[in-house]
Write a protein that binds this ligand. Structure first.
Ligand code: GTP
Ligand code: NA
Ligand code: MG
Length: 293
């Protein structure tokens, strides 16, 4: 069993949802960066990938006192754009992932791109966690920076708690209309059948520890087999939105963010496949397949 644990690769997590639900802002909050404010018109134009090492996640989930069992080396999170013209990229991104985060603005509920995302996830049978973002926009919300969500909700007035419950019930009903059962994660006793909801704020960080912990726990528990390395190469061009220090890899294991250096890369289209030419492959055939992609 020890060995099996050691070869777990990092889960790939895709972050999806309607325009302006806060996908990039959430990632910014976790990374401590400011990508979202630098975006043209605040619209994400590319798929971006960020690697969160386990050590980082452990630190961020301390307060939940459930950190002991991190088995995965980390989490690779892929940001998608909800802009109309990126349907193909979204479909690509969602196809790569082990798990998804579906971000819903608590003030807005389900919107057209939320439903489009839901359909993609359903089609590929990808499990997801619902993030109910922007809880800080509930009228009268008292900020509790980085607090686990139960703790943060307890600090709120009766009125804010009522607003929260009303929105929650509406959104659970909207999911039901789309054929999905959802429930607050800490009340969800049937994970897998019922999709978990994590309320968050990407501005003040309430619920972020819960989200990180849930992602890791769930992927480890349900995907041990899937997370074991395979020799199959499945790579997708992604643009690293967070250019930290690069590690040089002589050999890569799946689900690492890697930097590829090559001539003419500026012509590569984000989201298309990367083809590997083996000794028995005909270069022309591979070229043809790549062009059809
Ligand atoms: P696209 O990539 O364009 O689809 O949008 P997105 O889902 O990445 O949303 P983005 O992160 O660009 O956030 C949209 C707007 O909502 C920005 O003005 C953010 O500052 C704001 N926002 C995001 N999350 C929160 C939140 O939790 N609370 C509040 N108050 N504002 C938020
Ligand atoms: Na945006
Ligand atoms: Mg974005």
């Amino acid at each position: 069993p020890k060995q099996a644990e050691e070869i777990l690769r990092s889960p790939i997590c895709c972050i999806m949802g309607h325009v302006d639900a806060g996908k990039t802002k959430l990632l910014d909050f976790v990374r401590g960066t400011n990508v979202q404010e630098g975006e043209a018109g605040f619209i994400t134009q590319q798929i971006g990938a960020t690697y969160f090492p386990a050590e980082n996640i452990r630190e961020r989930t301390k307060e939940l006192k459930a950190d002991a069992k991190l088995k995965v080396p980390g989490l690779l999170v892929i940001d998608t754009s909800s802009h109309e013209s990126f349907t193909n990229l979204r479909s690509r991104g969602s196809g790569l992932c082990d798990i998804a985060i579906l971000v819903v603005d608590i003030m807005e509920g389900l919107k057209p791109q939320t439903i489009e995302s839901l359909n993609l996830l359903k089609m590929r049978n990808t499990k997801f966690i619902v993030v109910l973002n922007k809880v800080d926009r509930l009228y009268g919300w008292k900020m509790c920076r980085n607090a686990p969500i139960v703790k943060a909700l307890k600090q709120q007035s009766k009125d804010v708690q009522n607003q929260f419950n009303m929105k929650l019930i509406q959104i659970i009903t909207q999911f039901k209309e789309q054929g999905f059962n959802t429930e607050l994660y800490y009340k969800n006793k049937e994970m897998g059948e019922i999709f978990s909801i994590v309320p968050t704020s990407a501005v003040s960080g309430e619920g972020i520890p819960d989200l990180l912990l849930l992602l890791v726990q769930w992927t480890q528990k349900t995907m041990v087999e899937k997370l074991t390395f395979s020799n199959e190469v499945q790579v997708c061009f992604v643009l690293l939105s967070c250019l930290g220090t690069y590690l040089h890899h002589k050999e890569i294991k799946a689900a690492q963010g890697i930097k590829i250096t090559a001539q003419g890369l500026e012509h590569a289209i984000a989201g298309t496949g990367l083809y590997v030419v083996g000794p028995d492959d005909d270069v022309e055939d591979v070229k043809e397949a790549a062009m059809e992609d």
